[in-house]
Write a protein that binds this ligand. Structure first.
Ligand SMILES: N[C@H](CCC[C@H](N)C(=O)O)C(=O)O
Length: 297
């Protein structure tokens, strides 16, 4: 292999309803995943800055997914590690796991994939329409699971002036129901709740509003580790439906549409089975990146 080839690594860029990720095959050694993610996720100078990324592409990313494919299993497995733009890792990422499943399906020809995450193994199915459905575990309100720095669940209680409900859907979320999600000044309210003392590991902050049509919820999420709003958040969408069910806002949580800015997600939170998340996945572009990104000025 030429010295030049050894200095670069191939990547694929995907998004799930515009929650976008750089995908690296974990078999390709990256000396410093922290500096790799913080450099290439940058929205101004990151991946794709030198490309015409097109209408469905984004410069930078919401994170890097390091994926280890184990295709000898049936269904094939993919071990997923998410490193976020601030260099932190997160145990789970619903949209990221859907992208990981699509990446593994393309490499194996299988339309079923087991995604191994730090929050557990999640069964994924690539549907005939190209969307991906993934199991999301059972949402947890127990303080020890969210986690919370208190002994009781946090359900529709006031925190920093907002009625909040805290739930773990693979990662911690705090959900607030409002009349109109577009009215929320997320960039200022987000950090206040994300760093509240009651969340020892922080939390993703999700505002939700019932649609006028009555057909589901609009969603906006301020994400831990991105330290800003994302266009979509899968664990957040599941958190909305789990909290809505807990608060009696939905009768039948078998299939609820949740609409972040990036596109519609279909959520189910049944009584006796794992939650599920379904939505589109798009392969944006691919290329080569320096394994060790240029030092950031
Ligand atoms: N966007 C992701 C959530 C990532 C969670 C991460 N921001 C954290 O918990 O630190 C999703 O689709 O579920």
């Amino acid at each position: 292999m030429s010295l030049q080839a050894n200095r670069t690594v191939s990547y694929e860029k995907y998004h799930g309803t515009s929650n976008d990720f750089i995908i690296i095959d974990a078999a390709d050694f990256i000396p410093n995943r922290y500096s790799f993610a913080t450099a290439y996720c940058d929205r101004e100078t990151g991946v794709g800055v030198d490309l015409d990324v097109g209408d469905d592409g984004h410069v930078g990313a919401d994170g890097v997914l390091f994926l280890a494919l184990e295709e000898q299993y049936s269904p094939p497995r993919v071990i997923m590690t998410l490193v976020q733009p601030d260099g932190s890792t997160a145990a789970m990422c619903g949209n990221g796991a859907r992208c990981a499943a699509a990446w593994a399906a393309e490499r194996t020809g299988s339309d079923e994939v087991m995604v191994d995450t730090q929050a557990g193994t999640r069964h994924a199915t690539v549907n005939d329409d190209g969307s991906v459905t993934i199991e999301m575990g059972v949402p947890a309100f127990d303080p020890r699971d969210v986690p919370l720095a208190r002994d009781d669940p946090l359900v529709e209680e006031e925190l920093e002036g907002h009625p909040v409900t805290a739930v773990n859907t693979g990662v911690p979320h705090v959900v607030i129901f409002v009349d109109d999600a577009d009215d929320v000044d997320l960039e200022s309210v987000g950090p206040t709740l994300r760093y509240a003392d009651v969340f020892p590991e922080g939390a993703n902050v999700t505002f939700a509003a019932e649609k006028e049509s009555g057909d589901g919820f609009d969603q906006r999420t301020y994400e831990r580790g991105i330290e800003g709003e994302t266009q979509s958040c899968g664990t957040g969408a599941v958190a909305v439906v789990a909290a809505a069910k807990r608060l009696g806002l939905v009768d039948d949580a078998e299939s609820v549409t949740v609409s972040p800015p990036g596109g519609d997600l279909e959520i189910s939170v049944p009584d006796d089975a794992p939650a599920t998340l379904r939505g589109g996945v798009t392969h944006e572009y691919a290329g080569e990146l320096a394994r060790e990104p240029p030092a950031q000025s």
